[in-house]
Design a protein around this ligand. Structure first.
Ligand SMILES: [Zn+2]
Length: 104
């Protein structure tokens, strides 16, 4: 080993946000982590979403916005359809309506 270029390799304590700790070796004496094998949903089998960057929240907001826009669009389509029917009735007041038109 070339002297003076290698970092010191010491015993390190890993501390997880869930409270779990264990020892390993590292160039740093203390390592802190957000998640470990004791608390990660993959290992616990728990149905939980690990959301550190607010991605789930942003996704839910997009879904909400999309649904709202879809609702507005549906309302406009319905109103347009109603206006179209109203116009037809005005334009053809005395004409006999066919059975196909009666159905819808
Ligand atoms: Zn943990």
């Amino acid at each position: 080993m070339k002297p003076g270029i290698h970092p010191e390799y010491v015993e390190a304590t890993v501390i997880c946000a869930c409270g779990n700790t264990w020892k390993t070796r590292s160039t740093r004496p203390v390592l802190k982590t957000d998640i470990c094998s004791k608390c990660h949903p993959f290992y616990t089998g728990e149905q939980r979403i690990v959301d550190t960057a607010g991605q789930v929240e942003r996704f839910m907001q997009r879904v909400e916005t999309s649904q709202r826009l879809q609702q507005v669009s549906d309302e406009r389509r319905r109103a347009k359809e109603e206006r179209r029917r109203a116009r037809q009735i005005i334009e053809l007041p005395d004409e006999q309506r066919s059975p196909a038109e009666e159905a819808d």
